[in-house]
Design a protein around this ligand. Structure first.
Ligand code: HEC
Length: 118
């Protein structure tokens, strides 16, 4: 019986590969991040996998973020920089159209955890 439960757990985990795609050492709560991405209205400008909304292309779709070498074309892509960008894009690129949305440190960390795993 226990073996069957383990087997089922293994199959279920294998089926939800999303969380496994985040780079090793990624911090934050991706599930909470998904909710935060919706609450802060990021979806008004970005299409985000798993966050519903209409087709928009103001900013690029935020998919496969973990595979990108750069954030917004100039910042090395890692979780710390992603958090920095989400919290204050204007500090990194004063001419960017992305507004400062008042995202808290924790919310930005959780958002980055979600984005890096989708
Ligand atoms: C008013 C529109 C707008 C909103 C709202 C917005 N963004 Fe952006 N975002 C942009 C634009 C425009 C860019 C492209 C910036 C650039 O390349 O200079 C961008 C770039 C980004 C990037 C870098 C993407 C890349 O391709 O490198 C990330 C990550 C990002 N935004 C996350 C967020 C998150 C998270 C939120 C919500 C907290 C958000 N954005 C809200 C307009 C927006």
């Amino acid at each position: 019986m226990n073996r069957l439960a383990l087997l089922l757990a293994a199959i279920l985990l294998a089926g939800c590969g999303d969380a496994n795609r985040a780079p090793v050492g990624t911090q934050g709560d991706a599930a909470r991040g998904r909710i935060a991405l919706a609450q802060y209205g990021c979806r008004a400008c970005h299409m985000i996998p798993g966050v519903t909304g209409s087709k928009v292309y103001v900013g690029r779709p935020l998919e496969e973020m973990a595979k990108r070498p750069l954030i917004a074309g100039n910042l090395p892509n890692n979780q710390a920089n992603l958090v920095r960008w989400i919290r204050n894009p204007q500090a990194i690129d004063p001419r960017t159209a992305m507004p400062v949305l008042g995202v808290s440190e924790r919310d930005a960390l959780d958002m980055s955890a979600y984005l890096l795993s989708h």
